[in-house]
Design a binder for this molecule. Structure first.
Ligand code: FEO
Ligand code: CA
Ligand code: CA
Ligand code: CA
Length: 614
């Protein structure tokens, strides 16, 4: 914005233009390298990436697909040596299997999944797809030449959609999660659709489970509310990758058909969907520790989670958005009080889950989702705390929370305590449904909301909010403070958000699988991008643009702010079936050799060794 130009000391780079090219563009004076692309081996016998020749068993030791949330855990406080934890949200089966001779010529179903002639799925393709989901943990160090490398380490590990996990919190051991795999309801298999993440004050990683519902099907005449409210498909062909159709007929595959068929839940898979929709804690420093689903943070399409700065003697507070149209933003406040140096995530197992109501006058309140509060009584269908948590969305409906425009990432400014959340878009909002925090009907471009508390106390029930940015072009956008977005800053569909140690707000876009042939309302914004904002002045500048078909996901720096890690997810995804069949995979990223494009992390440094963005 013109008024603020030159005022910001936080933003010291020249903006890059909107891009329509299949390249990565960063400001003058910056360099990039690719790190940890899909297929890179990190554990086991380090099976080399061999497109078209790798097996599912090998994929279990290789980096997965569709990189999303990412965090850098310093080793001994270093900014040149650490563990990366990165989510693999979902997969593009056609890219995973593209070079396999047996895959070529198979017909795709409506999810882009190839079925064999008998209508079943190839077992090893399914094994590879399950293994390409989840989380990768690997050590990375800065080498003498200044480039970063993935290095072997006993802590390097893959967590997949099949890895055994523990269920923690109030839902552990309840009837909701008893399955054939875990008749006592204490364990589950794997983690699904890990979108964004959170880093806890005790230095562990939380992976979100976002669009898990579509991996299942339930063909029962009456689908239970804990499936129906989340959109578990009733049509068996609806399960997005058809894993239940694997020829194996094995439990680990059949479980994705959640129809009741045994005498009890302990004999079939009816409760499998109830084991998903949680935040999953992973300790990157302990490769033997099972991931734990922290059920008190609620069950929904978790985009990620963000912690308020931990304060000694105060509760631990974190926020999480439910990324679906007209869903909610939640807050968890622990019963336990923060003691510096604690290392145990069980503080997340007891406390209160709240959901947000945004009043039109700029005030807001957190509504407790707890037994007996806000109408959550047995008479109204909520038997107890576990029942409320398994049915978090229904509980929030009952409490009267504000239906938002798809809450994506949040972040808390470590210096001011201001909390920001992306509301990415909502094309289905009607004029009659417009309110102050969701101010546009047919919202194509999205907005960023922020809030503060009296005395900066995140545990309070009341807050004050405003809209930091209403995204769009120069005609449709606004920034507070400041003017409209301009040629250096227009963007749409904010998704990833991260406030760095100097209060620079990094904004990533997800406008969909943007390609060069895209026509529609998002065309002026080009390819998905990363921007930096100074919230104090309202200045925003475009920092990086990415290749065709990708979404720019996940952003973090080393503690010194001099190395940034950003992901590009699903390059080439815009390619049509016809292009794909003709060998045009949509994008060359990251190898640009004509090979299948791959999701990867990009490492960004400044040629003069300075702080990124400054
Ligand atoms: Fe996976 Fe809501 O983005
Ligand atoms: Ca996202
Ligand atoms: Ca998104
Ligand atoms: Ca995506």
């Amino acid at each position: 914005p013109a008024l603020a130009q030159g005022l910001s000391s936080l933003i010291g780079f020249s903006a890059v233009p909107v891009s329509f090219e299949d390249t990565v563009v960063v400001p003058e004076g910056y360099s990039i390298q690719v790190l940890g692309p899909m297929g890179m081996p990190i554990s086991g016998k380090l099976p080399a990436y061999r497109p078209g020749a790798n097996t599912g068993a090998e994929q279990e030791h290789q980096i997965g697909q569709h990189h999303d949330g990412i965090h850098f855990f310093p080793i001994d406080g270093s900014s040149e040596d650490g563990l990366i934890a990165v989510n693999h949200e979902y997969i593009e089966p056609r890219f995973l299997h593209a070079e396999k001779p047996a895959y070529k010529g198979k017909p795709f179903n409506n999810h882009g999944v190839a079925l064999d002639a008998d209508g079943r799925r190839d077992d090893d393709e399914v094994r590879m797809e399950i293994a390409a989901h989840g989380v990768s943990v690997y050590r990375t160090t800065r080498q003498a030449d200044g480039l970063w490398a993935v290095v072997p380490d006993p802590r390097n590990r893959r967590i997949t959609a099949g890895t055994p996990v523990e269920i923690g919190g109030p839902v552990r051991g309840t009837a909701h999660v008893r399955t054939r795999f875990s008749p006592d309801g204490t364990r589950a298999r794997g983690t699904l659709n890990n979108c964004a993440h959170g880093a806890t004050p005790w230095n562990t990683y939380l992976a979100a489970e976002e669009n898990w519902a579509s991996y299942f099907a339930n063909t029962d005449a009456e689908v239970p509310r804990e499936h129906a409210r989340y959109g578990v498909p009733g049509d068996p062909r609806g399960a997005r990758y058809g894993w239940h159709l694997a020829k194996s007929g094995a439990d680990e595959h059949v479980r994705f058909d959640a129809s009741a068929r045994g005498a009890s839940a302990a004999e079939d898979y009816r409760n499998e969907p109830n084991t998903c929709g949680w935040m999953v804690e992973v300790d990157p420093f302990d490769p033997d520790a099972a991931p734990i689903k922290r059920t008190h943070l609620g069950r929904f399409a978790h985009e990620g989670v963000v912690f308020a700065p931990a304060v000694e003697g105060a509760p631990v507070v974190c926020y999480s958005g439910d990324d679906s149209r007209f869903e909610y933003i939640y807050k968890f406040v622990s019963d336990g009080l923060w003691i510096p140096g604690r290392t145990d995530g069980s503080i997340l197992d007891s406390g209160t889950l709240y959901v947000a109501r945004f009043n039109d006058d700029g005030s807001g309140e957190w509504l407790a989702l707890a037994p007996g509060q806000n109408g959550l009584t047995p008479a109204n269908g909520f038997a107890d705390l576990a029942d409320i948590l398994v049915n978090t969305r229904l509980a929030a409906d009952r409490a009267g929370a504000t239906k938002m425009d798809r809450p994506e990432w949040g972040t808390v400014d470590p210096n001011t305590g201001t909390t920001y959340f992306s509301l990415t878009n909502n094309t289905r909002r009607t004029q009659a449904q417009v309110d102050a925090v969701n101010p546009r009907a047919v919202n194509n471009f999205g907005q960023i909301v922020r809030w503060n508390y009296q005395d900066g106390d995140h545990a309070r029930a009341h807050f004050n909010w405003d809209l930091f940015v209403i995204a769009g072009d120069a005609r449709t956008s606004s920034v507070a403070p400041g003017d409209a977005l301009d040629v250096d800053s227009i963007f749409a569909c904010p998704d990833g958000l991260w406030c760095d140690r100097q209060s620079r707000l990094w904004i990533q876009t997800d406008m969909g699988d943007m390609g060069p042939d895209y026509e529609g309302p998002l065309k002026p914004f080009g390819m998905n991008m990363l921007l930096a904002a100074d919230p104090a002045t309202g200045e925003i500048k475009r920092f990086m643009t990415g290749p065709w078909g990708q979404e720019c996901t996940g952003v973090v720096t080393t503690p010194d702010g001099k190395t940034m890690f950003v992901n590009f997810q699903h390059p080439g995804a815009h390619a049509t079936a016809e292009q794909f069949a003709a060998g045009d995979y949509g994008s060359g990223f990251p190898d640009y050799t004509g090979a299948v494009p791959r999701s990867a992390t990009v490492v960004i440094t400044r040629n003069d060794g300075g702080v990124i963005g400054s």
